[in-house]
Design a protein around this ligand. Structure first.
Ligand code: C5P
Length: 404
């Protein structure tokens, strides 16, 4: 699977470094070459000799090594690989990478590389959950770095929770998936895909809002599938708990009006996919102060209509994307309602799905969709949301390539 691929393995200082000889062995077994950078702290847990024996290569550990600089400069070391894998990615290494620090060979290589980086974090659960680590991870994701793990479980320090490094076999599978994606066809290369995802929150007063149960999972999966098809992707996301996907420009918004504004700013686009569950209404008389329970009367909520982003963009004069795709989340008579919506919204395609509680689609990981087009309806089998996204993006790309 990894025939001829070169991996630069950066080993940080944590107990999980003990698992890296096994990772190096698996990469070699799969046909890959491994060069190792071992941090000073990493060398406390695994010896350079072990890693050199398993990789058949000298292990690099010093930034200012005259012999190393003569044989291979540290800049070249960071670029000679096809993929950089940091395992274990310690809190310290991630903090340095997030802030661009370069005071040892590992952090210098991470700053100097022009290659994709995959990190397999491992640390104590409190360190993992610490706001500083959360911030650093968000920064690294925005910078296009991918992550695997950490797994949840018992830790060497005796605590329980997320923080265990992913198993070497799982890291290998992620490395292989990276190279498979790299050679996969890129039908959307050079195209800009704009996607909305998640719910919107419509404020009632400073502490309350109207929302819905959309998790954003299908929209985020579409964004990743579009990215993997070679597109430049802008994801306009309502409030969700999902991390910003690597390599995707993610704009976070709260309300329908903010989403509408962000979509407008992101134009022009070749394809626009409106997967967000936008609130149809907002509160007309949003209160600047928290509403009080004074007296017995229940306060009325005066609602007003939100902008219909899909309908507006479908009828956009100058900047209408070539392909506009709507979504229809229905709880009954799915196809009947979807066809009516397709006619009403003015989009080119509409993806319909059943979101009734029994379907488990809202918040779940699986989905069953029907693609409504001028030619009719194509019903796809139930699949994981990632697979649904891949199938849909392939169809959108094919349609975009059709002569007008
Ligand atoms: O009318 P309904 O909300 O069911 O339509 C669903 C489709 O319209 C979805 O694609 C959704 O993202 C989009 N929509 C929108 N702006 C709204 C309401 C819905 O873009 N205000």
């Amino acid at each position: 699977m990894l025939s001829g691929k070169r991996v630069l393995l950066i080993v940080g200082g944590g107990i999980a470094a003990c698992k890296t000889p096994e990772l190096a062995r698996l990469i070699r077994k799969a046909g890959g070459h491994v060069r190792v950078i071992l941090t000073k702290a990493g060398a406390e847990f695994v010896t350079p000799l072990t890693l050199a024996s398993l990789t058949g290569e000298k292990v690099h550990d010093a930034l200012f090594s005259l012999t190393d600089e003569i044989e291979m400069g540290h800049i070249e070391l960071s670029r000679s690989a096809d993929l950089v894998v940091v395992a274990p990615a310690t809190a310290d290494l991630m903090a340095k990478a997030a802030h661009g620090l370069a005071n040892d060979l590992a952090s210098t290589a991470l700053l100097a590389t022009d290659k994709p980086v995959l990190m397999a974090p491992a640390m104590n659960v409190r360190m993992w959950l610490n706001p500083a680590t959360r911030r650093n991870i968000a920064t690294l994701r925005d910078d296009g770095i991918s992550f695997i793990g950490p797994d949840e479980g018992e830790m060497a320090c005796g605590e329980y929770g997320p923080g265990r490094m992913a198993e070497p076999a799982a890291i290998l599978a992620t490395i292989e998936a990276h190279f498979v994606r790299e050679v996969a066809p890129k039908p959307l290369a050079g195209k800009h895909v704009l996607i909305t995802a998640g719910p919107t929150h419509e404020p009632i007063d400073p502490v309350r809002y109207i929302a819905n149960r959309s998790s954003g999972k299908q929209g985020y999966a579409l964004a990743e599938a579009a990215r993997d098809s070679g597109a430049r992707v802008t994801l306009v996301s309502g409030p969700v708990t999902l991390p910003a996907p690597a390599g995707i420009r993610t704009i976070r918004v709260e309300t329908a009006r903010e989403m509408d504004e962000a979509v407008e700013q992101a134009l022009p686009a070749d394809i626009a996919i409106f997967a967000a569950a936008v609130a149809d209404w907002r509160v007309a008389d949003e209160s600047a102060e928290k509403r009080k329970k004074d007296g017995n009367a229940i306060p009325p909520l005066q609602l007003t209509e939100n902008p219909d982003i899909l309908a507006r963009i479908s009828r956009h004069g100058s900047k209408r994307p070539c392909l506009v795709v709507g979504f229809a989340a229905e709880t009954g008579k799915v196809l009947e309602h979807a066809k009516a919506k397709f006619a009403r919204k003015g989009c080119d395609l509409l993806v319909a799905n059943d979101v009734s509680p029994a379907s488990g689609v809202m918040g779940g990981d699986r989905n069953r969709v029907h693609l409504v087009s001028p030619e009719g309806v194509e019903s796809l089998p139930e699949m994981g949301k990632g697979e649904v996204a891949t199938a849909l993006i392939a169809r959108f790309a094919e349609r975009l390539a059709r002569p007008a």
